[in-house]
Design a protein around this ligand. Structure first.
Ligand SMILES: CC(C)(COP(=O)(O)OP(=O)(O)OC[C@H]1O[C@@H](n2cnc3c(N)ncnc32)[C@H](O)[C@@H]1OP(=O)(O)O)[C@@H](O)C(=O)NCCC(=O)NCCS
Length: 266
C-alpha cells in the first residue's frame, strides 16, 4: 500500500502464472476451489492437486492462452485473469477472471478496466469475447458497464450439478473500447484512484523469465512426441521388433514400479 496526497493506494500486480513461486501457484488451487468461484466456472468440480499441476504445465506451453495471477502487495494471490482462445488470424480472444471472496468489492471493476485496456493495447487484438453462465447476473451487468454487448444466449449449453444451464455470450470490439474507455475512466475515477494496477508483460519475449526447469519440461514434452512417433513407425514397419521393444519397456516399467513401492515404504 502506498500513500499519495494522504490517500492510500493498493498496489496490485498481474503476473504471468509461470513467473510466480510454486507456493503461490499452489495457492491458486485453493481459490479455484472456493465455492463462490467454482459456482460460476465451466468446470465446477473440486480440483485435485495433480489436475491443478497439469493445468499449470499446459498453460506454460500453450501459446493460445495467457494466465495472469492477481497479486497483492505481499505477493499473495488474490485471483486469476486470463486471455484464452487467442486467434492471431482473426485477432480475437476470450477472457475471464475471478477473485477470492475477501478481495472483492471494487477490485473486480478496476481489474476489468485495466485488463481490457492491456489486451487491446498490447496483444494486438480487435475483438474480445466472454461467456457468463446463466444466473450470474451481477457479472453480466459488470461486463456491460465496461462496454461489452449482448451477442446472444446459448440455452441449455452446459451441465452444472446435474442441470443444463445456458451461457450468455458477450463481446467488445477494440473500436467501441477506444471510443468509450475515457468516459468510463472518468466515471469510475474515484474507485480507480484507490488501486494501482501493474501488468507484467514482455511483448517481445513473453518467455524471457522462464525457469530452466520449465524449459526442460517443455523440451521433454516435445521429445516425448518424437519417441511416440518412432514407436509408431517401428510398430507399423516392423511389428515383430516393435512388440519385443514394447514388452521390454513394460518389464522395465514393472521394475521401476517395484522400486517406487520400496521408496514409499522407506
Ligand atoms: C467477477 C468478479 C471478479 C468481480 O469482482 P468484484 O470485486 O466483486 O467486482 P466489483 O466489486 O467491482 O463489482 C462490480 C459490480 O458487480 C456487483 N457484483 C459483483 N459480484 C457480485 C455478486 N456475486 N453478487 C452481487 N453483486 C455482485 C457489485 O455489486 C458491483 O455492482 P455495482 O457497480 O452496481 O455496485 C468477482 O465477483 C468474482 O470473482 N466472481 C466469481 C467468478 C466470476 O463470476 N467470474 C466472471 C466470469 S467472466
Amino acid at each position: 500500500m502506498t500513500e499519495q496526497n494522504g490517500k492510500r493506494t493498493r498496489e496490485i500486480k498481474l503476473v504471468p502464472l509461470a513467473f510466480i513461486t510454486t507456493e503461490s501457484q499452489l495457492k491458486i488451487r485453493e481459490i479455484r476451489n472456493e465455492d463462490n468461484v467454482r459456482k460460476w466456472m465451466f468446470m465446477d468440480h473440486i480440483i485435485k492437486l495433480n489436475e491443478h499441476l497439469g493445468w499449470i504445465n499446459k498453460i506454460k506451453t500453450d501459446k493460445s492462452q495467457i494466465v495472469f495471477v492477481i497479486m497483492n502487495e505481499d505477493q499473495c494471490p488474490l485471483g486469476v485473469a486470463n486471455v484464452s482462445a487467442i486467434d492471431t488470424i482473426n485477432k480475437k480472444a476470450d477472457w475471464a477472471y475471478y477473485l477470492t471472496q475477501n478481495a472483492r468489492g471494487g477490485l473486480g471493476s478496476v481489474i476489468e478496466y485495466s485488463f481490457i485496456n492491456f489486451i487491446f493495447a498490447s496483444l494486438g487484438l480487435q475483438k474480445l469475447n466472454c461467456e457468463v453462465i446463466e444466473g450470474n447476473k451481477a457479472v453480466v451487468k459488470l461486463h456491460k458497464k465496461f462496454l461489452f454487448q449482448d451477442e446472444g444466449f446459448r440455452k441449455s449449453n452446459i451441465l452444472k450439478e446435474g442441470k443444463y444451464v445456458g451461457v450468455h455470450l458477450l463481446g467488445l470490439t477494440k473500436k467501441d473500447w477506444d471510443n468509450g474507455k475515457d468516459q468510463i475512466f472518468e466515471k469510475y475515477n474515484k474507485l480507480f484512484n484507490k488501486f494501482s494496477i501493474t501488468i507484467e508483460w514482455n511483448k517481445d519475449n513473453p518467455d524471457k523469465k522462464k525457469h530452466p526447469l520449465d524449459e526442460i519440461e517443455a523440451a521433454r514434452a516435445r521429445n516425448n512426441l518424437n519417441w511416440m512417433n518412432i514407436l509408431r513407425l517401428v510398430l507399423e514397419l516392423s511389428p515383430e521388433h516393435g512388440k519385443a521393444l514394447v514388452t521390454d519397456i513394460r518389464n522395465i516399467d514393472k521394475e521401476i514400479s517395484a522400486l517406487t513401492d520400496k521408496l514409499i515404504s522407506l
